[in-house]
Ligand binder design. Structure first.
Ligand code: GLN
Length: 295
């Protein structure tokens, strides 16, 4: 009796993509198409665009095995950015690890607001608190390499990663990274900044576990948890910043979508600021507050 020859199905890029998209859909993964393409590009060491241009390329067993390991991680809700180790923000592709928050598109609103108010004239001295991957500072420095940047994070590992990202994006020379808790490494008398920016933790402690598992299972609590009302860090920064700002200096913070009224109260009560303005993100939420120290 002759053994029927079993044809191994050929796993092409096209077939793997469509299988993965259905698999992700059945696991309620939010962006099945783009996640599948990003992970496949990573497994095949291709640019994402090339995945779409090589639909008929067959995968070898090693490539398939490597890709399977990635999709298993994704259905356990690990964010794509941590799996592939990078995330696009502004014009840069930044290395990210679980030591840092994954940069969000709405944080680009903080960057463009900062750029729109930053004077062109003299060298501006800019401080970022809680820099994480360095996203905000690297975006600002890439647009304004004439300025000088100081960026701090409580996590030593985050500050190291941010430094690496800055060097990889050719802005290492105008940025100084250091670690420490908010303003604590700085001497108030000796640090007259023209601008302070931050995306501090602003989520209320009790709602963190209600966020998507991608966030609460994997992202650093330190970058998310803003205490009982979500405003512990925001309050601390608004109250402390005047001692570190020049007269007329700018403070810009990212805030939660429902925190506008509370943030306005905190800033007004402090008595040191004028021109408190809120800027909406692309989803229409009040996302950034900009205020200036009184002259
Ligand atoms: N925007 C983030 C989120 O909703 C929170 C970031 C932060 O607390 N700074 O997950």
């Amino acid at each position: 009796q002759t053994q029927a020859k079993i044809e191994e199905p050929q796993w092409t890029v096209r077939k793997v993509l469509s299988w993965t998209i259905s698999y992700f859909k059945s696991h309620n993964i939010e962006n099945p198409k783009s996640d599948a393409a990003i992970l496949l590009a990573h497994a095949l060491n291709l640019k994402r665009i090339d995945v779409y241009l090589q639909y008929d390329k067959p995968l070898c067993p090693d490539e398939l095995a490597q890709f399977k390991a990635l999709i298993k991680r994704r259905v356990r809700r690990e964010p794509v950015a941590y799996i592939v180790g990078s995330k696009g923000f502004w014009s840069a592709d930044l290395a990210v690890t679980t030591d840092v928050l994954i940069p969000r598109p709405e944080t680009e609103r903080l960057v463009d607001t900062a750029l729109s108010v930053l004077p062109e004239s003299e060298i501006q001295r800019i401080l970022e608190l809680g820099t994480g991957s360095g996203a905000i500072t690297i975006a600002l420095a890439s647009e304004r390499p004439d300025c000088i940047f100081f960026a701090c994070d409580r996590s030593v590992k985050a500050a190291e990663l941010a430094r690496k990202n800055a060097v990889n994006h050719d802005v290492g020379a105008c940025v100084h990274f250091f670690s420490g808790d908010w303003f604590s490494p700085l001497n108030p008398g000796l640090c007259p900044f023209d601008m302070i920016v931050s995306n501090p933790p602003y989520i209320r402690t009790r709602v963190i576990s209600q966020l998507e598992p991608e966030i609460y299972k994997y992202e650093p609590m330190m970058a998310l948890d803003g205490g009982t009302d979500g405003l512990d860090a925001v309050r601390h920064i608004i109250r402390s910043a005047p001692a570190y700002l020049v007269k007329g200096g700018h403070l810009l913070l990212e805030i939660g979508h429902d925190q506008k009224d509370d943030v306005r109260k905190i800033a007004e009560k402090c008595g040191c600021y004028e021109k408190i303005v809120f800027v909406k993100d692309y989803a229409g939420h009040d996302r950034v507050v900009h205020m200036r120290k009184k002259c």
